[in-house]
Design a binder for this molecule. Structure first.
Ligand code: KG4
Ligand code: ZN
Length: 357
Protein backbone atom coordinates (compact mmCIF):
# COMPACT_ATOMS: atom_id res chain seq x y z
CA UNK A 1 0.00 0.00 0.00
CA UNK A 2 1.31 3.45 -0.96
CA UNK A 3 -0.25 6.53 0.63
CA UNK A 4 0.10 10.26 -0.05
CA UNK A 5 0.01 12.26 3.19
CA UNK A 6 -0.74 15.97 3.57
CA UNK A 7 -0.13 18.16 6.64
CA UNK A 8 -1.35 21.78 6.92
CA UNK A 9 -2.58 22.19 10.50
CA UNK A 10 -0.12 24.82 11.69
CA UNK A 11 2.85 26.59 10.13
CA UNK A 12 4.40 23.78 8.12
CA UNK A 13 3.08 22.82 4.69
CA UNK A 14 4.06 19.20 4.08
CA UNK A 15 3.53 16.29 1.70
CA UNK A 16 4.92 12.77 1.92
CA UNK A 17 4.63 9.36 0.35
CA UNK A 18 4.89 6.34 2.64
CA UNK A 19 4.43 2.60 2.08
CA UNK A 20 2.97 0.00 4.41
CA UNK A 21 6.46 -1.55 4.48
CA UNK A 22 7.40 1.49 6.64
CA UNK A 23 9.31 3.09 3.82
CA UNK A 24 9.30 6.88 3.42
CA UNK A 25 9.50 7.37 -0.34
CA UNK A 26 9.29 11.17 -0.13
CA UNK A 27 8.98 13.68 2.70
CA UNK A 28 8.92 17.39 1.92
CA UNK A 29 8.27 20.12 4.47
CA UNK A 30 8.06 23.83 3.80
CA UNK A 31 8.35 25.93 6.94
CA UNK A 32 6.50 29.25 6.95
CA UNK A 33 8.93 30.61 9.50
CA UNK A 34 9.84 33.71 7.48
CA UNK A 35 6.17 34.59 6.98
CA UNK A 36 5.42 34.57 10.73
CA UNK A 37 8.70 35.74 12.31
CA UNK A 38 7.88 39.47 12.01
CA UNK A 39 4.78 38.85 14.19
CA UNK A 40 6.58 36.74 16.83
CA UNK A 41 4.19 33.82 16.38
CA UNK A 42 1.91 32.03 13.92
CA UNK A 43 -0.74 34.24 12.31
CA UNK A 44 -3.61 31.91 11.29
CA UNK A 45 -4.73 33.90 8.25
CA UNK A 46 -1.18 34.15 6.87
CA UNK A 47 -0.71 30.42 7.50
CA UNK A 48 -3.88 29.48 5.61
CA UNK A 49 -2.91 31.61 2.60
CA UNK A 50 0.61 30.20 2.55
CA UNK A 51 -0.71 26.61 2.63
CA UNK A 52 -2.99 27.43 -0.29
CA UNK A 53 -0.13 28.94 -2.26
CA UNK A 54 2.39 26.15 -1.69
CA UNK A 55 0.56 22.87 -1.19
CA UNK A 56 0.10 21.92 -4.87
CA UNK A 57 3.78 22.51 -5.59
CA UNK A 58 4.84 20.49 -2.55
CA UNK A 59 2.68 17.53 -3.58
CA UNK A 60 4.23 17.70 -7.04
CA UNK A 61 7.71 17.74 -5.44
CA UNK A 62 6.88 14.75 -3.24
CA UNK A 63 5.60 12.81 -6.26
CA UNK A 64 8.75 13.65 -8.22
CA UNK A 65 11.03 12.71 -5.31
CA UNK A 66 9.31 9.33 -4.91
CA UNK A 67 9.55 8.55 -8.63
CA UNK A 68 5.89 7.52 -8.51
CA UNK A 69 2.82 8.68 -10.41
CA UNK A 70 -0.73 9.17 -9.14
CA UNK A 71 -1.58 5.77 -10.65
CA UNK A 72 0.73 4.16 -8.04
CA UNK A 73 -1.01 5.80 -5.07
CA UNK A 74 -3.55 3.71 -3.14
CA UNK A 75 -5.06 6.38 -0.87
CA UNK A 76 -4.78 10.01 0.23
CA UNK A 77 -4.53 10.98 3.92
CA UNK A 78 -4.70 14.55 5.21
CA UNK A 79 -4.71 16.11 8.66
CA UNK A 80 -8.40 16.64 9.45
CA UNK A 81 -7.70 18.44 12.75
CA UNK A 82 -7.01 19.58 15.39
CA UNK A 83 -5.31 22.76 14.30
CA UNK A 84 -5.77 26.16 12.72
CA UNK A 85 -8.98 25.69 10.79
CA UNK A 86 -8.01 27.66 7.65
CA UNK A 87 -4.96 25.49 7.07
CA UNK A 88 -6.78 22.25 7.84
CA UNK A 89 -9.45 23.17 5.27
CA UNK A 90 -6.77 23.70 2.59
CA UNK A 91 -5.22 20.26 3.21
CA UNK A 92 -8.53 18.42 3.48
CA UNK A 93 -9.97 20.02 0.32
CA UNK A 94 -6.83 19.22 -1.66
CA UNK A 95 -6.82 15.60 -0.47
CA UNK A 96 -10.51 15.21 -1.26
CA UNK A 97 -10.00 16.67 -4.75
CA UNK A 98 -7.20 14.19 -5.51
CA UNK A 99 -9.20 11.30 -4.02
CA UNK A 100 -12.30 12.24 -6.04
CA UNK A 101 -10.38 12.76 -9.28
CA UNK A 102 -8.48 9.46 -8.98
CA UNK A 103 -11.23 7.42 -7.33
CA UNK A 104 -9.06 6.81 -4.24
CA UNK A 105 -10.01 6.32 -0.60
CA UNK A 106 -9.63 9.40 1.61
CA UNK A 107 -8.54 9.30 5.25
CA UNK A 108 -8.90 12.28 7.60
CA UNK A 109 -6.12 11.86 10.15
CA UNK A 110 -6.07 13.29 13.66
CA UNK A 111 -2.80 15.27 13.74
CA UNK A 112 -2.16 14.04 17.29
CA UNK A 113 -2.58 10.45 16.16
CA UNK A 114 0.03 11.21 13.50
CA UNK A 115 2.51 12.15 16.24
CA UNK A 116 1.32 9.26 18.42
CA UNK A 117 1.90 6.54 15.79
CA UNK A 118 5.22 7.88 14.42
CA UNK A 119 7.18 5.46 16.63
CA UNK A 120 5.49 2.58 14.81
CA UNK A 121 6.66 3.95 11.47
CA UNK A 122 10.24 4.49 12.65
CA UNK A 123 10.71 1.67 15.18
CA UNK A 124 7.78 -0.73 14.68
CA UNK A 125 6.81 -0.29 18.35
CA UNK A 126 4.07 -2.77 19.37
CA UNK A 127 0.90 -1.77 21.24
CA UNK A 128 0.45 -0.97 24.09
CA UNK A 129 2.89 1.82 24.88
CA UNK A 130 3.07 4.86 27.09
CA UNK A 131 3.22 8.08 25.11
CA UNK A 132 4.46 11.49 26.18
CA UNK A 133 3.03 13.84 23.56
CA UNK A 134 4.72 17.23 23.77
CA UNK A 135 4.05 19.88 21.14
CA UNK A 136 3.14 23.53 20.70
CA UNK A 137 -0.47 22.91 21.66
CA UNK A 138 -0.36 19.75 23.75
CA UNK A 139 1.31 18.17 26.72
CA UNK A 140 -0.24 14.81 27.50
CA UNK A 141 0.56 11.37 28.82
CA UNK A 142 -1.45 8.71 27.02
CA UNK A 143 -1.66 4.95 27.01
CA UNK A 144 -1.77 3.92 23.37
CA UNK A 145 -3.61 0.61 23.14
CA UNK A 146 -4.32 0.55 19.43
CA UNK A 147 -5.18 2.73 16.47
CA UNK A 148 -7.86 5.13 17.73
CA UNK A 149 -7.55 3.67 21.24
CA UNK A 150 -6.08 6.17 23.68
CA UNK A 151 -6.41 6.59 27.41
CA UNK A 152 -5.23 9.90 28.74
CA UNK A 153 -3.45 9.74 32.08
CA UNK A 154 -2.52 13.40 32.33
CA UNK A 155 -2.54 16.75 30.57
CA UNK A 156 -1.52 20.33 31.24
CA UNK A 157 -3.66 22.56 33.41
CA UNK A 158 -2.33 25.71 31.74
CA UNK A 159 0.26 26.03 28.95
CA UNK A 160 1.42 23.30 26.63
CA UNK A 161 5.12 22.62 27.05
CA UNK A 162 6.04 23.88 23.55
CA UNK A 163 4.09 27.04 24.31
CA UNK A 164 6.09 27.39 27.55
CA UNK A 165 9.33 27.06 25.55
CA UNK A 166 8.10 29.65 23.04
CA UNK A 167 6.95 32.16 25.67
CA UNK A 168 10.09 31.74 27.77
CA UNK A 169 12.31 32.22 24.73
CA UNK A 170 10.43 35.45 24.03
CA UNK A 171 10.95 36.61 27.64
CA UNK A 172 14.67 35.91 27.29
CA UNK A 173 14.77 37.92 24.08
CA UNK A 174 15.69 34.88 21.98
CA UNK A 175 12.91 35.30 19.41
CA UNK A 176 10.78 32.85 17.50
CA UNK A 177 10.47 29.85 17.20
CA UNK A 178 11.31 29.51 20.85
CA UNK A 179 12.02 25.82 21.38
CA UNK A 180 15.03 25.33 19.10
CA UNK A 181 16.46 28.81 19.90
CA UNK A 182 16.18 28.19 23.64
CA UNK A 183 17.93 24.84 23.27
CA UNK A 184 20.75 26.51 21.32
CA UNK A 185 21.13 29.26 23.93
CA UNK A 186 21.18 26.72 26.78
CA UNK A 187 24.07 24.90 25.14
CA UNK A 188 26.18 28.06 25.63
CA UNK A 189 25.55 28.30 29.39
CA UNK A 190 28.72 28.79 31.42
CA UNK A 191 26.92 28.38 34.74
CA UNK A 192 23.87 26.17 34.17
CA UNK A 193 23.29 25.76 37.92
CA UNK A 194 23.10 29.52 38.58
CA UNK A 195 19.29 29.80 38.71
CA UNK A 196 17.12 27.55 40.81
CA UNK A 197 13.63 27.50 39.30
CA UNK A 198 10.46 26.02 40.84
CA UNK A 199 9.40 22.57 39.62
CA UNK A 200 5.62 22.77 39.22
CA UNK A 201 3.67 19.57 40.08
CA UNK A 202 6.76 17.56 41.03
CA UNK A 203 5.89 15.10 43.79
CA UNK A 204 2.15 15.69 43.42
CA UNK A 205 -0.22 12.79 42.79
CA UNK A 206 -1.55 12.25 39.28
CA UNK A 207 0.08 12.85 35.92
CA UNK A 208 -0.97 16.41 35.09
CA UNK A 209 1.42 19.22 34.15
CA UNK A 210 1.63 22.94 34.79
CA UNK A 211 4.09 25.47 33.37
CA UNK A 212 2.74 28.92 34.15
CA UNK A 213 4.56 29.16 37.53
CA UNK A 214 7.84 28.29 35.87
CA UNK A 215 7.34 30.94 33.23
CA UNK A 216 6.52 33.53 35.93
CA UNK A 217 9.70 32.61 37.82
CA UNK A 218 11.74 33.20 34.66
CA UNK A 219 9.99 36.54 34.14
CA UNK A 220 10.96 37.63 37.67
CA UNK A 221 14.60 36.80 37.07
CA UNK A 222 14.51 38.69 33.78
CA UNK A 223 13.01 41.74 35.48
CA UNK A 224 15.66 41.63 38.22
CA UNK A 225 18.50 41.27 35.72
CA UNK A 226 17.13 44.02 33.45
CA UNK A 227 16.61 43.87 29.69
CA UNK A 228 18.15 43.34 27.26
CA UNK A 229 19.78 40.36 28.96
CA UNK A 230 23.43 39.62 28.38
CA UNK A 231 24.22 36.52 26.35
CA UNK A 232 25.48 34.86 29.52
CA UNK A 233 22.24 35.55 31.43
CA UNK A 234 20.19 34.33 28.48
CA UNK A 235 22.17 31.11 28.31
CA UNK A 236 22.14 30.38 32.05
CA UNK A 237 18.40 31.05 32.34
CA UNK A 238 17.68 28.97 29.22
CA UNK A 239 19.68 26.07 30.68
CA UNK A 240 17.84 26.33 34.01
CA UNK A 241 14.47 26.37 32.27
CA UNK A 242 15.31 23.41 30.04
CA UNK A 243 16.65 21.27 32.90
CA UNK A 244 13.62 22.09 35.05
CA UNK A 245 11.22 21.13 32.26
CA UNK A 246 13.07 17.84 31.81
CA UNK A 247 12.87 17.16 35.56
CA UNK A 248 9.13 17.92 35.64
CA UNK A 249 8.60 15.63 32.64
CA UNK A 250 10.58 12.82 34.25
CA UNK A 251 8.57 13.09 37.49
CA UNK A 252 5.24 12.99 35.64
CA UNK A 253 6.40 10.14 33.37
CA UNK A 254 7.59 8.10 36.37
CA UNK A 255 4.08 8.29 37.81
CA UNK A 256 2.49 7.45 34.47
CA UNK A 257 4.82 4.44 34.14
CA UNK A 258 3.46 3.04 37.40
CA UNK A 259 -0.12 3.46 36.16
CA UNK A 260 0.83 1.94 32.80
CA UNK A 261 2.38 -1.11 34.45
CA UNK A 262 -0.78 -1.63 36.52
CA UNK A 263 -2.90 -1.46 33.38
CA UNK A 264 -0.53 -3.56 31.27
CA UNK A 265 1.64 -5.80 33.45
CA UNK A 266 3.19 -7.35 30.32
CA UNK A 267 4.86 -3.96 29.79
CA UNK A 268 5.61 -1.77 26.80
CA UNK A 269 7.82 1.09 25.70
CA UNK A 270 7.96 4.73 26.74
CA UNK A 271 7.58 6.78 23.55
CA UNK A 272 8.02 10.52 23.15
CA UNK A 273 6.48 12.45 20.25
CA UNK A 274 5.71 15.99 19.07
CA UNK A 275 7.90 19.01 18.40
CA UNK A 276 9.37 19.28 21.91
CA UNK A 277 10.56 15.66 21.59
CA UNK A 278 13.32 17.15 19.43
CA UNK A 279 14.87 18.57 22.62
CA UNK A 280 18.07 16.66 23.42
CA UNK A 281 18.10 17.41 27.16
CA UNK A 282 14.57 16.04 27.45
CA UNK A 283 15.41 12.96 25.40
CA UNK A 284 18.46 12.22 27.55
CA UNK A 285 16.48 12.66 30.78
CA UNK A 286 13.70 10.34 29.58
CA UNK A 287 16.24 7.76 28.44
CA UNK A 288 17.74 7.77 31.94
CA UNK A 289 14.31 7.30 33.50
CA UNK A 290 13.35 4.48 31.13
CA UNK A 291 16.65 2.70 31.86
CA UNK A 292 15.96 2.97 35.59
CA UNK A 293 12.42 1.60 35.15
CA UNK A 294 13.50 -1.15 32.75
CA UNK A 295 11.29 0.16 29.94
CA UNK A 296 12.48 0.50 26.34
CA UNK A 297 12.59 4.16 25.27
CA UNK A 298 11.76 5.24 21.73
CA UNK A 299 12.23 8.77 20.39
CA UNK A 300 11.71 9.29 16.65
CA UNK A 301 14.46 11.05 14.65
CA UNK A 302 14.32 14.83 15.14
CA UNK A 303 12.90 15.47 11.68
CA UNK A 304 9.89 13.27 12.42
CA UNK A 305 9.24 14.85 15.83
CA UNK A 306 8.26 18.26 14.45
CA UNK A 307 5.31 18.53 12.08
CA UNK A 308 5.61 16.52 8.87
CA UNK A 309 3.39 14.63 6.44
CA UNK A 310 5.10 11.23 6.71
CA UNK A 311 3.39 10.77 10.07
CA UNK A 312 0.04 11.65 8.49
CA UNK A 313 0.54 9.18 5.63
CA UNK A 314 1.56 6.51 8.16
CA UNK A 315 -1.47 7.11 10.42
CA UNK A 316 -3.55 6.87 7.23
CA UNK A 317 -1.96 3.48 6.49
CA UNK A 318 -2.69 2.25 10.00
CA UNK A 319 -6.36 3.24 9.61
CA UNK A 320 -6.64 1.83 6.09
CA UNK A 321 -5.27 -1.52 7.31
CA UNK A 322 -8.28 -1.64 9.65
CA UNK A 323 -10.61 -0.77 6.78
CA UNK A 324 -11.22 2.74 8.09
CA UNK A 325 -11.73 5.54 5.56
CA UNK A 326 -13.65 8.82 5.66
CA UNK A 327 -16.41 10.13 3.40
CA UNK A 328 -15.76 13.06 1.08
CA UNK A 329 -18.13 15.20 3.16
CA UNK A 330 -15.82 14.93 6.21
CA UNK A 331 -15.83 18.29 8.02
CA UNK A 332 -12.45 19.56 9.35
CA UNK A 333 -12.27 19.55 13.14
CA UNK A 334 -10.47 22.45 14.89
CA UNK A 335 -10.68 20.41 18.12
CA UNK A 336 -10.28 16.67 18.16
CA UNK A 337 -9.12 15.01 21.41
CA UNK A 338 -7.45 11.60 21.21
CA UNK A 339 -9.32 10.41 24.28
CA UNK A 340 -12.80 11.97 24.14
CA UNK A 341 -13.72 10.39 27.49
CA UNK A 342 -10.91 12.17 29.39
CA UNK A 343 -12.15 14.80 31.81
CA UNK A 344 -10.58 18.27 31.71
CA UNK A 345 -7.63 18.59 34.09
CA UNK A 346 -8.47 20.06 37.48
CA UNK A 347 -7.84 23.78 37.41
CA UNK A 348 -8.03 24.00 33.63
CA UNK A 349 -10.14 26.88 32.38
CA UNK A 350 -12.46 25.65 29.63
CA UNK A 351 -12.40 22.26 27.98
CA UNK A 352 -10.19 20.84 25.27
CA UNK A 353 -6.95 21.89 23.73
CA UNK A 354 -5.58 25.07 22.28
CA UNK A 355 -5.43 25.90 18.60
CA UNK A 356 -2.04 24.46 17.91
CA UNK A 357 -1.58 20.75 17.78
O1 KG4 B 1 4.62 19.29 16.91
P1 KG4 B 1 5.08 20.64 16.49
O2 KG4 B 1 6.06 20.76 15.36
O3 KG4 B 1 3.87 21.56 16.11
C1 KG4 B 1 2.68 21.45 16.80
O4 KG4 B 1 1.88 20.58 16.39
O5 KG4 B 1 2.55 22.19 17.81
O6 KG4 B 1 5.65 21.35 17.80
C2 KG4 B 1 6.09 22.68 17.77
C3 KG4 B 1 6.59 23.04 19.15
C4 KG4 B 1 6.94 24.51 19.28
O7 KG4 B 1 6.40 25.02 20.48
C5 KG4 B 1 8.47 24.50 19.32
O8 KG4 B 1 9.01 25.58 20.04
C6 KG4 B 1 8.73 23.17 19.99
O9 KG4 B 1 7.78 22.30 19.44
N1 KG4 B 1 10.10 22.68 19.68
C7 KG4 B 1 11.05 22.52 20.63
C8 KG4 B 1 12.23 22.11 19.94
N2 KG4 B 1 11.93 22.02 18.60
C9 KG4 B 1 10.61 22.38 18.48
N3 KG4 B 1 11.03 22.69 21.95
C10 KG4 B 1 12.16 22.45 22.64
N4 KG4 B 1 13.32 22.07 22.05
C11 KG4 B 1 13.40 21.89 20.72
N5 KG4 B 1 14.55 21.50 20.14
ZN1 ZN C 1 2.31 18.71 15.75
Amino acid sequence: MIVLGIETSCDETAAAIVTDAREIRADVVLSQLDDHTPYGGVVPEIAARAHLEHLDGLIRRAMAESGLGFADIDAVAATGGPGLIGGVIVGVMTAKAIAAARGLPFVAVNHLEGHALTARLTDDVPFPYLLLLVSGGHCQLLVVEGVGQYRRLGTTIDDAVGEAFDKTAKLLGLGYPGGPLLEKAAALATNPGRFDLPRPMVGRPGCDFSFSGLKTAVRRHVEELGTPLSGEDQADLAAAFQTTVAEVMADRCARAMRRFKEMHPQGGALVVAGGVAANKTLRARLQKLADREGMPFVAPPLRLCTDNAAMIAWAGIERLRLGQTDPLDFAPRPRWPLDPTAKPAIGKAGVGSGMKA
